[in-house]
Design a protein around this ligand. Structure first.
Ligand code: SAM
Length: 349
């Protein structure tokens, strides 16, 4: 039952019919499309997206199953996407790009590709580097095995660069939406400022006044994001296991998109992931009441990503039916936020 147009008009800030193909599945807040994101991106109206948050295939030497670009072409390849992303972002929009590092082939020296990206994007496309973030994943396995485990001449690589690009110098952002828990020391200070702290000038010259003991609801986060990628019990993984489907091998931990979505957008804004994979970004945007779009070129990854929007109350037969429908190009509507499932045909009645 192939369809060409959207079956259902849902309040969405962008006219999705302009994309010209039906989404593989959608919720009340978002839509997931199968296809090459460069082609899909070009169909979007200019200046319509608040945040593009994504993790592209990395330029690894080791071939990953979803087809990585080789390092030499990588900057050029990614720039084609970034140039269109720039056009589609709102003037106060942001482009957040998670990029892992890599070694040069056969040598214990690092490739510079993930540093060339921000230089190229800012010099040639017009982006600003609003801030560089570093995602420290303590649960990352040691690699490359040759340099780290066997010869023991390099340390374990556990940090990804996450570049936050913006179209203007003052993109929409509010750090108070992502405050972190105060340290124990700060909690004690807030409980009893007089006893704990004697306001005075520090040797560094910083004047620590009594204002320092004001409770702002949490601490300002740093640009080092410590997030383990050790999720093992999500509905996505349980459904993949139950249906014997291989999960996506390079998923975001949900805390990563959660941080940037809360930090850089408001409810009702539009978040897009152009390399959606298992659509972690879309599912978190949905929970955070943002509209979302997901583009992914691999049909199986996209079909399985629908599990993120289903519920434990749905049976594994329901999960399989949805998966199969997406595989066979039959658009599916998943009702959210209460996650009740309704199939496309039922909605048309
Ligand atoms: C690193 S993974 C993204 C994983 C994702 N962040 C998640 O949480 O599951 C990159 C994805 O980009 C997809 N991809 C590669 N080239 C693409 C293209 N031209 N258009 C759309 N998707 C593409 C791959 O199939 C892969 O699933």
């Amino acid at each position: 039952m192939p369809t060409q147009t959207l079956p259902l008009q849902i309040d969405f800030p962008i006219d999705l019919n302009k994309i010209g193909v039906a989404p593989a599945y959608r919720t009340q807040l978002g839509a997931a499309y199968l296809g090459d994101s460069l082609a899909l991106l070009k169909k979007l109206p200019d200046e319509s997206i608040n945040l593009v948050l994504t993790s592209p295939p990395f330029a690894l030497q080791r071939e990953k199953e979803y087809g990585n670009q080789n390092q030499a072409n990588y900057v050029q390849w990614l720039s084609e996407f970034a140039t269109v992303v720039y056009q589609k972002l709102k003037p106060d929009g942001s482009f957040v790009l998670d990029l892992g590092g890599a070694y040069e082939k056969g040598k214990p020296v690092r490739s510079l590709y993930n540093f060339r990206i921000p230089i190229h994007f800012c010099d040639e496309i017009g982006f600003f580097l609003a801030e560089d973030f570093y995602w420290f994943n303590p649960s990352k396995l040691p690699s490359p095995i040759e340099w780290v485990n066997k010869r023991k001449i390099r340390a374990k690589d556990s940090v990804n660069t996450v570049w936050w690009f913006s179209k203007s110098e003052f993109p929409k952002s509010d750090v108070t939406n992502v405050l972190t828990e105060y340290s124990d020391r700060m909690k004690k200070l807030l409980d009893d400022p007089e006893k704990f702290y004697d306001p005075k000038k520090r040797p560094s010259g910083h004047d620590i006044s009594a204002n320092f003991s004001k409770n702002n609801g949490g601490a300002i986060p740093s640009n080092l994001l410590q997030i383990s990628n050790s999720e093992s019990n999500s509905l996505y993984l349980r459904a993949c296991k139950a249906l014997d489907i291989k999960p996506h091998p390079a998923r975001f931990p949900s805390k990563l998109p959660e941080f940037f979505i809360r930090f850089l957008t408001d409810p009702g804004d539009v978040v897009l992931d152009i390399f959606a994979g298992s659509n972690t970004t879309g599912s978190i945007a949905d929970i955070e009441k943002r509209h979302w779009l997901a583009f992914e070129s691999d049909r199986q990854y996209l079909a399985a990503s629908s599990f993120r929007f289903l519920s434990d109350q749905d049976s594994s037969e329901d999960w399989m039916e949805i998966y199969q429908r997406i595989l066979f190009n039959q658009p599916v509507m998943i009702e959210s936020p209460n996650r009740q499932l309704q199939l496309f045909e039922k909605l048309r009645k």
